[in-house]
Design a protein. Sequence first.
Length: 164
Amino acid sequence: MTRVFLILATLTSFVLAACTTGNDGTATGSGVYKIRNEERVQFRMLDSVNALREAAGSPTVQLDGKLNAAAATHSRDMSVQNRPWHFGSDGSSPLDRVNRVGYTGQLVGENISESYENEVQTLTAWMENSGTRSVVMDPKARNMGFSWFQEANGKIWWTLLMAE
């Protein structure tokens, strides 16, 4: 477990070094964390998840476009509902959303979160909870979907899907 936290600490340092800050060390602009390099966020999360999985002897996962789409839809929907939970505003479950995008594999689990400043802090929080950690580390998982929605006020809604 110490190795896992060492990996997370290293990854957090890397991500924080990529953030833009002003001379006083606060985030540039309004003082609210703003995701930059959006095209890299999913790959940073994938690399972080795979580093943890490899350290634990679990097989690596790959990003899946359909799962990413389901995660993006749910992140935006949680923002609309203004609450982090696993059911969509239309009553949909994670299984429903994965089926809607045409994913044919088996869903392993879904992790959700709100308000963490970046993807590594979110992953760190998930790894500190046995239920969400088990989704990230499930050895049956082969595919991952990950996305977020950031509101204008800076609040971020995160969704991670793991599937066979």
